[in-house]
Ligand binder design. Structure first.
Ligand code: NAD
Length: 292
């Protein structure tokens, strides 16, 4: 492949397309059902990055006509009080999706709380029942970020069957479910992580390379096979010498984009897809509930 022939996997554009589709479907079903789908985002404390994410999700709900039942709870809320908020949303007939914005303050046990979300309203697909369905390849709610990566690959008709996929990062939020989703599409999947030896060699084998780590410039051009498809899930805020801060991924975009066949930018790649999948999941739960 000649230099600079890469194509951008445009998550921003695809997210907009998905949201426009959802907006049309909601406009059609809202009058028939008597209410729109509803999403509740629970935010605890004042983490500035979380506040931006929550605002984006609420704005997206508004744009597509989805009801938003967001709650901003104090940072010192107790485990019991937060569990009671979740129980109330589980019982609320107007709510189809519930998301706890992570990370939570340290005194709260996030895993126990995630288990308390009604699996049918688990918009982030992190309940063990939904993760179990993914392991079994059964339909169910799937984690938004990996599901967004899969949608993006499908949109650009990127072949996965028989391809070597390397996923770097094994979190329950991104890496592990994404590995399973790629496997479901018949890729040959390698999971790399912080204890992987010779990461560069492992990456060089990849037809599809996904970085989900949280380390700027972890992936350089020497680690990438020419023509590979590179998906950058990482979101890192860095500051330049003048003190201006900006978001970058885990991939050194300028050099890697010269040899990749497709690459996601940061921002504008996987991030917007995560929001689109959250809305899609909530709409899916609504459809399941009303047999649409
Ligand atoms: P995490 O910290 O839970 O997991 C990071 C993973 O990276 C771990 O499994 C670890 O083994 C691996 N790792 C750490 N150092 C490594 C190294 N030197 N070499 C190889 N592997 C290494 O993080 P996460 O929640 O999975 O998120 C990963 C990144 O993706 C973060 O930057 C996060 O902000 C971003 N993220 C983006 C979105 C989005 O919508 N785009 C969503 C979720 C997370």
């Amino acid at each position: 492949m000649n230099q600079n022939q890469h194509r951008i996997l445009d998550g921003k554009a695809l997210s907009r397309k998905i949201q426009n589709h959802l907006q049309e479907k909601i406009a059609e079903f809202h009058p028939k059902i008597g209410r729109p789908p509803g999403l509740a985002v629970l935010m605890v404390g004042d983490n500035p990055a979380s506040a931006v994410y929550v605002r984006n999700k609420e704005k997206a709900c508004q744009r597509i006509g989805m009801a938003s039942f967001g709650k901003h709870l104090p940072g010192n809320i107790t485990q019991e009080a937060l569990a009671a908020e979740i129980a109330a949303l589980n019982d609320d007939n107007n709510v189809d999706g519930i998301l706890i914005q992570l990370p939570l303050p340290k005194h709260l046990d996030a895993v126990t709380l995630l288990h308390q979300i009604d699996p049918d309203k688990d918009a982030d697909g992190l309940h063990p029942l939904n993760l179990g369905k993914l392991v079994r390849s059964e339909p169910g709610l799937r984690s938004c970020t990996p599901a967004g990566v899969m949608k993006l690959l499908a949109e650009y008709n990127i072949a996965l069957e028989g391809k070597k996929a390397v996923v770097i990062g094994r979190s329950i939020l991104v890496g592990k479910p994404l590995g399973l989703m790629l496997l479901e599409k018949n890729a040959t999947v390698t999971m790399a992580h912080s204890r992987t030896q010779n990461l560069a060699e492992v990456c060089q084998e990849a037809d599809i390379l996904v970085a989900a780590v949280g380390k700027p410039k972890l992936i350089t051009d020497s680690m990438v096979k020419p023509g590979a498809v590179v998906i950058d899930v990482g979101i890192n805020r860095i500051s330049d010498q003048e003190g201006n801060s900006r978001l970058v991924g885990d991939v050194e975009f300028d050099s890697v984009s010269k040899i990749a066949s497709y690459i996601t930018p940061v921002p504008g790649g996987v991030g917007p897809m995560t929001v689109a999948m959250l809305l899609s999941n909530t709409y899916w739960s609504y459809c399941q509930k009303f047999g649409l």
